[in-house]
Design a protein around this ligand. Structure first.
Ligand SMILES: Nc1ncnc2c1ncn2[C@@H]1O[C@H](COP(=O)(O)OP(=O)(O)OP(=O)(O)O)[C@@H](O)[C@H]1O
Length: 348
């Protein structure tokens, strides 16, 4: 049976049904609708004001590839300038290939690209060295916790170096729903309260961040990349199988099969959450080491690096963190058996 006509242009045959609405569209009309929705998200949320110098966190994966492509098309209309900032976490056999995809994109789209590396920013620590250190403490699953915190810091540093005023990342609705679910499962009220909305306005001197694909489903991001023939890197990080996120992802898939709106419902529910006064985390202050926003004496990044440099990475995660703050003395040397011979003292 031939495909039905596109319900938008009525000229071409439909190539897909939109996963949420069931609307039958041809590839061209789907891509136009997707781009219009991203534009609406940016304008309605006042995410990127005219004149903004925007750093796109470019991982080479499907989400940031689609984000960079869509924003490049919208840039003249929004009055913004764009550049790519990629973080090299130092993950052998994974990030090098992903960075090659980012370099191809930058060349094809004529966008400036800056690469910042953990190794240079964090006193010689690469993610592979962190993984060896955390596996030694029997907690290899914590790898992604370290990587998430350090990547956030590295992206901020890269964006500042190129004079950006705003940071955008490619998190899609599925990523956001997984995060909400994980925060619920961990009982992390502070993160749940902070996780709503389309990004952060830039508290404590940090650059404003936003996620223009936050309402786009993963399936539609993949479809968009397919119809626009985008070249991206699609392998999973070598450390991802260890991550707790995988359990949230599996659970979400099952929830979605029973209730197709589950992903967006979760994203919206996080926006509407209000914490009881007794559950509210204390107002953040400044990290005693680097000055970034911190809810304890040290910000997360400094606490993690401190734990690593002491050869006690577990100290920096969860309950051990309090002890680390109490012991925090700037410049404490690391345990040479664990540290990767730091090249420089981390400064951010
Ligand atoms: N190495 C990196 N350098 C720069 N930005 C990154 C890097 N890794 C992730 N990001 C940013 O964070 C977003 C979320 O990344 P994450 O790896 O959690 O999800 P993802 O769904 O696999 O994203 P993507 O498909 O873009 O890789 C990315 O879309 C990108 O904007």
């Amino acid at each position: 049976m031939p495909a039905p006509p596109c319900t938008s242009c009525h000229a071409a045959r439909a190539a897909l049904r939109r996963p949420r609405s069931g609307q039958a569209l041809c590839g061209a009309c789907f891509c136009s609708a997707f781009e219009a929705e991203v534009l609406h998200t940016v304008l309605a949320g006042r995410l990127l004001p005219p004149g903004a110098a925007v750093a796109v966190g470019a991982s080479g994966g499907k989400d940031s590839t689609v984000l960079a492509h869509v924003l490049r098309g919208l840039a003249p209309r929004l009055g913004i300038s764009l550049q790519l900032v990629a973080v090299d976490e130092g993950i052998g056999g994974y990030r090098d290939a992903a960075l090659a995809a980012v370099r191809r994109q930058a060349a094809r789209w004529e966008l400036p690209l800056t690469v910042v590396a953990y190794e240079d920013l964090f006193g010689g620590w690469t993610m592979d060295a962190v993984a060896r250190s955390t596996a030694g403490s029997g907690r290899s699953r914590s790898c992604c916790t370290f990587c998430g915190v350090l990547r956030r810091r590295a992206l901020e540093e890269g964006a500042r170096r190129v004079g950006a005023t705003h940071i955008v990342t490619g998190h899609n609705a599925d990523d956001m729903a997984e995060t909400v679910l994980m925060n619920f499962l961990r009982g992390d009220a502070g993160r749940l309260a902070r996780g709503g909305g389309l990004g952060s306005p830039g508290e404590g001197g940090a650059l404003p961040r936003c996620r223009p694909l936050q309402f786009a489903s993963q399936k539609e991001v993949v479809l968009y990349a397919h119809f626009r023939r985008l070249d991206y890197f699609s392998e999973e990080c070598v450390y991802a199988p260890e991550a707790f996120r995988g359990h949230a992802r599996d659970l979400l898939k099952r929830l979605e099969a029973a209730r197709p709106s589950a992903v967006l419902d979760l994203v919206h529910s996080a926006e509407r959450l209000a914490l009881a006064a007794s559950a509210r985390p204390p107002r953040p202050g400044a990290c005693s080491r680097c000055g970034a926003l911190a809810s304890r004496a040290l910000c997360q990044a400094c606490a993690l690096l401190d734990g690593l440099n002491r050869g006690r990475p577990r100290l920096a995660i969860g309950k051990g963190r309090r002890g680390l703050d109490e012991q925090a003395t700037p410049g404490t040397p690391g345990d040479p058996a664990q540290t990767p011979t730091p090249k420089a003292v981390p400064t951010f």
